[in-house]
Design a protein around this ligand. Structure first.
Ligand code: GLA
Length: 391
């Protein structure tokens, strides 16, 4: 990939790039819609990356070429108008958020570079190709200009770009998982304190198969923001009884049950789902530590049901896949993954069952919906990094 990028770089900018970086997509094992409620998540970086080659220039512009889209975009640090094209918005947003964070024009006015990038993270599949792109640029700019921002600060740059330039009030999970990922391990992240630890995940014992429904319902981002607002409303009501709470992280299922009558049904469902998902996540971590994949799988299936019935972010096709997977003998468990309303189902299966599993689910999906889902075989990869090389 980098060789290809370097050739294109030379053709476009008539010189060799200086530095190259890679940033992965992510999966999430469990802990869905818990990040912005300051709970726990258990994501992992995957072995699918967006990579870019960079070189400072002296023309005062940021010039970026997407090799996948065959599209070019240039702007200067002082441009006030955000671009129209989606991938350009991510680049522009990250640069603007870095300028804001550094708050020193003497430093940031010097930011001018050329870049060619490309990737193999399926787009729109809920694998956080956007967080990967944000991290690629924030990490590269931080390194090239020696800005000394920590990795944690860089994850917040990506998240702020998403809030302010894309309009999705996402949590921190995607950027964090992509930035901090480690090969062979999931990341157990406390989204309140940002404490995290790596939890080994043995791909030889449990295979991860993703089915991309290739569906992206247009309501995905508006419904996402609505869910977030509903949770905040729920906290507002529960706070009357428990003044110390500041997010759904701080409240137990029992406390919610005690005040069920005070919550409108929708808010009760949202709040109880989040509290249950946080508890499930802790149980999943214990099960993984004990290699108890049966319990692990059962909890994964319960997560799907919570997302379907209580949080109401699934869709028919994801439900079909989750149910077919649950009924398959060699599958430990499966659930929808990410924001919802389309994207991928994540399935955890016994390694020797892979072939039969993929065939059964693909055939079943085709017979029902007339299209084949994309089946994506992933392993746990490493977080955003610089690629050492001799150019
Ligand atoms: C999207 C968001 C994340 C997270 C998930 C749901 O991927 O970007 O912050 O909220 O949805 O768990």
């Amino acid at each position: 990939m980098i060789d290809k990028l370097n050739i294109i770089f030379k053709e476009r900018f008539s010189c060799n790039p200086e530095d190259s970086y890679s940033s992965p997509g992510r999966i999430n094992i469990i802990g869905e819609h818990t990040d912005y409620n300051l709970g726990f998540v258990l994501p992992a970086a995957i072995d699918r990356y967006v990579s870019g080659s960079f070189r400072k220039n002296n023309v005062g512009l940021i010039r970026v070429f997407s090799a996948d889209f065959n599209e070019y975009y240039e702007f200067s640090i002082s441009d006030r108008e955000a671009p129209e094209m989606l991938w350009c918005k991510f680049v522009y947003g990250v640069v603007q958020e870095i300028v804001k964070k550094i708050a020193d024009p003497q430093i940031t006015n010097n930011i001018a570079f050329d870049c060619v990038f490309a990737g193999d993270i399926p787009l729109g599949a809920g694998l956080s190709s956007s967080a990967a792109l944000e991290n690629l640029f924030s990490f590269a700019i931080n390194d090239i200009y020696s800005l000394s921002l920590t990795k944690e600060e860089l994850t917040f740059i990506g998240q702020a770009a998403e809030h302010n330039y894309i309009g999705v009030n996402c949590g921190i999970m995607d950027q964090f998982a992509s930035m901090m990922g480690r090969e062979g391990s999931a990341i157990k992240l406390d989204c309140k304190s940002l404490d995290f630890c790596y939890l080994p995940f043995d791909n030889d014992k449990v295979k991860i198969v993703l089915f991309d429904t290739k569906i992206k319902h247009s309501l995905a981002s508006s419904e996402y923001n609505i869910r977030r607002a509903e949770c905040e409303k729920g906290v507002g009501i529960l706070k009357e009884f428990f003044p110390a709470i500041s997010s759904l992280r701080d409240i137990s299922i029992d406390q919610i049950e005690q005040h069920k009558e005070s919550l409108p049904d929708i808010l009760y469902r949202r709040c109880s789902y989040v509290a249950e998902e946080n508890t499930r996540l802790q149980m999943v971590c214990n099960a993984l530590e004990n290699s108890d994949f049966k319990t692990f799988g059962k909890l994964i299936c319960e997560s799907h049901k919570g997302l379907k019935y209580k949080y109401q972010v699934s869709c028919e096709e994801l439900d079909f896949l989750a149910e077919a997977a649950e009924n398959f003998d060699g599958c430990y468990g499966a659930r929808m993954m990410g924001g919802g309303f389309g994207g991928c189902a994540i399935c955890f299966i016994k390694p020797d069952a892979e072939e039969a599993f993929i065939k059964e689910l693909s055939d079943g999906f085709y017979n029902k919906y007339g299209t084949l889902p994309d089946c994506i075989d992933v392993s746990i990869g490493k977080g955003t990094h610089k690629i050492s090389q001799q150019l």
